[in-house]
Ligand binder design. Structure first.
Ligand code: PGA
Length: 261
């Protein structure tokens, strides 16, 4: 995998938005896999700025959701479908028809998971999947010890993740659902390009385990080591536990300009 160390979150957002822009110029109807949480926001802001400036046409772009709470109605303000409408679709000027995601309110949850995996395949697969990382190394909502071959399915959140996410529910952990639908690690690995963004010191241990540790289900993000095109973009704080930081800086600084990430 490639590791790019950037000065701060805004620079990470700009770098990834640039990669999305290059993809959309090559393939105007690209399927972008998007993530929720605080980390991806600089990416969405930088991409929306490029769209406003006329640097890229996103009118044919398609957006795919990574994970969703089970049991929240789609219109709930904290359903990830609602969050992504506010953070991605509306700023990019995309209609609801450009969006695909699992139905977190389905009575047949297993059926909804299988239907989503099938829909992703029928849509031609995800071209670029943006990922955050949990402090426990999760990607999507694949918590530690998730199967590295898993498909989209229901998962139970760890208490730590519910605590981390309570800030979106008035700080009240009781409102945070226990269950989620998440693309599996095997599903995520099918995207053509994986781009993981991590910022802040709180992610430093998880980043080190992802990049320099063994491939192990205990750190789900370490599965990125199995992907032929995975890019890990980290700010200085999130890179602070990387033993090979100088090597990563050197290789990125000497990369051919045309290559991009
Ligand atoms: P965060 O969440 O960006 O809000 O830290 C990341 C994640 O849990 O994947």
């Amino acid at each position: 995998m490639e590791v790019v160390i950037v000065p701060d979150a805004a620079a990470g957002g700009e770098l990834i938005a640039e990669a999305m822009t290059a993809l959309l110029r090559r393939k105007p109807d690209a399927l972008l896999g998007v993530a929720t949480g605080s980390t991806p926001l600089p990416v969405y802001e930088a991409l929306a700025a490029k769209v406003s400036a006329g640097a890229v046409d996103v009118s044919r772009a398609r957006i795919a959701q990574l994970d969703e709470y089970v049991g929240l109605p789609a219109e709930h303000p904290e359903s990830y479908r609602s969050v992504l409408r506010r953070q991605v679709l509306e700023p990019l000027g995309l209609a609801a028809g450009a969006f695909m995601g699992p139905d977190g309110a389905a009575s047949d949850v297993q059926g909804a998971c299988e239907a989503y995996d099938k829909a992703l395949a029928e849509a031609g697969g995800v071209d670029l999947q943006l990922l955050g990382i949990g402090t426990d190394g999760h990607i999507g909502f694949n918590e530690p010890c998730s199967s590295l071959a898993s498909r989209t399915r229901i998962k139970t959140l760890t208490e730590q993740t519910r605590v981390d996410n309570a800030r979106f529910f008035d700080g009240d952990i009781k409102q945070v659902p226990h269950h989620v639908i998440t693309q599996g690690i095997g599903t995520i690995l099918q995207a053509r390009h994986l781009v993981l963004l991590a910022t802040g010191e709180g992610k430093a241990d998880a980043v080190a385990a992802t990049v320099e540790g063994p491939v192990a289900a205990v750190c789900p993000a370490s599965a990125l080591q199995l992907h032929p095109h995975a890019t890990v973009v980290v700010d200085e704080a999130a890179a602070s536990e990387l033993k090979l930081a100088d090597y990563f800086r050197h290789t990125y600084a000497n990369k051919p300009d045309w290559q991009g990430i």
